[in-house]
Design a protein around this ligand. Structure first.
Ligand code: UD1
Ligand code: UDP
Length: 387
């Protein structure tokens, strides 16, 4: 009997965990492969929440996270830690997801060892190497090292084509974040925080806010200030801020928003609670990549507190607007949606430019083809009517 090809999925942060979960599950249920899961532990508590909810137990946990870790320190410890694991496991393929330090290191460590790299969520670009920082660079580096590019959308495929990657090495899968979101929509959710549980039975408008981007750290006081202004202007609305655990985020945001009666500040929420809260929200303010992908499919208008985005599809569809990080601009754009029903309705359409829930199946089929044990299946095509 021939030995099954071994697929090593490497991840380390909350969004990677959410986005690899459907692929890990598909690989584990596919008799053609042996699946090995490696966590660098770039994140700790925020990663454990996702592992627990999706029932993923990494075969190796490098437990790297240190408070206030620098990029170079993290990257050097991650590449050193991965080396012996690759030697031990001898995978045929390494899956690297997205654009984090972990993803970049996983691709580089695999490449150095002659292991084929599969890039999940390939081809997203802003065109500005400094934004998002360092993620745009990470994603480009991974692209250079990958044998197979699993692009979530046609736009991301086109970005790769413009950089002269071969068409035959690119498969448009849709984004696995939508697979995860559809799974989450079937879970029974209970909010641990009684203030959030109470929102289920109330009619108050809910504005959900998240922020964490490194290049926004200097502007985060402005973001917190904008939430403060909005909370004071709309005392009947509720503003929920599940705060990222990065102490720099907390230092900047908390002084602006604590002690306001209609602002609910929580620790990062488990994925099921966060997505349920997003479904309950009237409006979303964020600088997150994943939230930009999820909220449009729930029909929630999103104001993205960044100058640019590598996810232009929902901007084009009209449910996401880039508003930057200036306090007054954020307030003005949010006010427009909270006050003008026509403006709100124009943005509140459920669109699915990012996926249809079958991205993991397409990813696994494409990997099977790469390894000569199967064939790829039909690519993701968004529904053009937006439904
Ligand atoms: C990382 C990714 C970013 C991604 C984000 C998702 C890089 C360079 N950045 O940024 O692309 O959007 O994750 O959230 O890979 N911390 C904890 N507990 C946790 C997680 C983080 O305490 O569970 C704190 C630690 O002090 C840590 C700091 O947050 O040092 C920053 O974490 P890090 O992974 O370096 O950067 P993020 O800003 O989270
Ligand atoms: N998320 C979560 N709990 C929270 C905030 C976000 O589970 O309190 C999820 C969210 O649904 C999305 C992902 O985390 O899937 C986004 O992670 P983050 O914003 O940290 O990173 P990014 O997507 O910007 O890389």
């Amino acid at each position: 009997m021939s030995v099954k090809p071994k697929i090593m999925t490497v991840y380390g942060t909350r969004p990677e965990a959410i986005k690899v979960a459907p692929v890990v599950s598909a690989l584990q249920n596919d008799g053609r492969f042996e699946s090995v899961v490696v966590s660098t532990g770039q994140h700790k508590e925020m990663l454990e929440q996702v592992n627990k909810r999706f029932g993923i137990t990494p075969n190796h946990d490098m437990a790297l996270m240190k408070p206030g870790q620098s990029l170079n320190e993290l990257v050097s410890r991650a590449i050193q830690g991965l080396d012996p694991i690759i030697d031990e496991e001898k995978p045929d393929v390494i899956i690297s997801q997205g654009d984090t330090s972990t993803a970049m290191v996983a691709a580089l460590a695999g490449f150095h060892k002659g292991v084929q790299v599969v890039h999940l969520e390939a081809g997203l670009r802003t065109g500005d190497i400094l934004s998002p920082f360092p993620e745009e660079a990470n994603r480009k580096i991974i692209g250079q090292l990958a044998s197979l590019h699993l692009a979530p959308t046609n736009e991301s495929r086109e970005n790769l084509r413009r950089e002269n990657f071969r068409s035959k090495d690119i498969v448009v899968t849709g984004n696995t974040v939508i697979d995860a979101l559809l799974t989450a929509s079937e879970w029974d959710v209970h909010f641990e925080d009684p203030r959030l549980e109470e929102l289920r039975n109330s009619n108050e408008k809910l504005v959900l806010v998240t922020t964490h981007r490194r290049e926004n750290l200097d502007a985060m006081k402005e973001i917190g200030g904008a939430v403060q202004d909005l909370a004071k202007s709309y005392p009947d609305h509720i503003f929920a801020l599940p705060l990222h655990l990065n102490p720099k985020v907390r230092e900047a945001v908390l002084p602006e928003v604590e002690d306001l009666p209609n602002v609910i500040i929580t620790d990062p929420l488990p994925y099921d609670q966060f997505t349920a809260l997003m479904s309950r929200a009237y409006l979303v303010l964020t600088d997150s990549g994943g939230v930009q992908e999820e909220a449009p499919s729930l029909g929630k208008p999103v104001l993205v507190m960044r100058e640019n985005t590598e996810r232009p599809e929902a901007v084009v569809a009209g449910t996401v607007k880039l508003v930057g990080t200036d306090r007054d601009r954020i307030v003005a754009e949010a006010r427009n949606l909270l006050d003008q029903d026509a403006a709100y309705q124009a943005m509140a359409n459920a669109v699915n430019p990012y996926g249809d829930g079958k991205a993991a199946a397409r990813a696994v089929a494409a990997i099977a083809e790469l390894l000569g044990v199967g064939e790829r299946i039909g690519e993701f095509e968004p529904e053009l009517d937006g439904k």
